[in-house]
Write a protein that binds this ligand. Structure first.
Ligand code: FES
Length: 137
């Protein structure tokens, strides 16, 4: 078993490039409400973080740091909070530091929050835009 099922994900990407489906054979849908108000659903698997699941979107969640400590990948869980793994100690510490200890528990860090089941709907605050990456904004 590779970390995060890398082999399985690569296989899926290759089959998608050949015209096959990129959706996992088993799994469940996660709905992302994007900053423009549109909603996109992707088929994903348990144990994916919200960031990993969002990689299947045209505009994935913006994740500014490589080590999961900036606290800027905040998302609001609109539905299905119980279908996410509970906050880890690290995620809780970062959110407490950034938002304060009396914070809204529906706010999670996309790079930490792991999916456990279906019914999750997430409001995304910032996504990667190709224009920003290229510096054309
Ligand atoms: S991208 Fe920095 S904490 Fe998630």
């Amino acid at each position: 078993m590779t970390p995060f099922g890398i082999r399985k994900r690569i296989k899926r990407l290759i089959s998608g490039a050949r015209g096959g489906s990129t959706a996992p054979e088993q799994g469940f849908d996660v709905a992302f409400v994007l900053p423009d108000g549109s909603t996109r659903s992707v088929r994903t698997e348990a144990q994916y973080t919200l960031t990993m699941a969002s990689q299947l979107l045209e505009t994935p969640i913006d994740t500014p740091c490589p080590d999961g400590h900036c606290g800027l990948c905040q998302v609001r869980i609109l539905e299905g909070l119980g279908s996410l793994a509970p906050e880890s100690t690290t995620e809780a510490e970062i959110l407490d530091k950034v938002l304060g200890p009396g914070r809204d528990k529906a706010i999670r860090l996309a790079c930490h929050a792991r999916l456990r089941g279906p019914g999750v709907k997430v409001a995304v605050q910032k996504v990667w835009r190709l224009e920003e990456i290229r510096g054309n904004t």
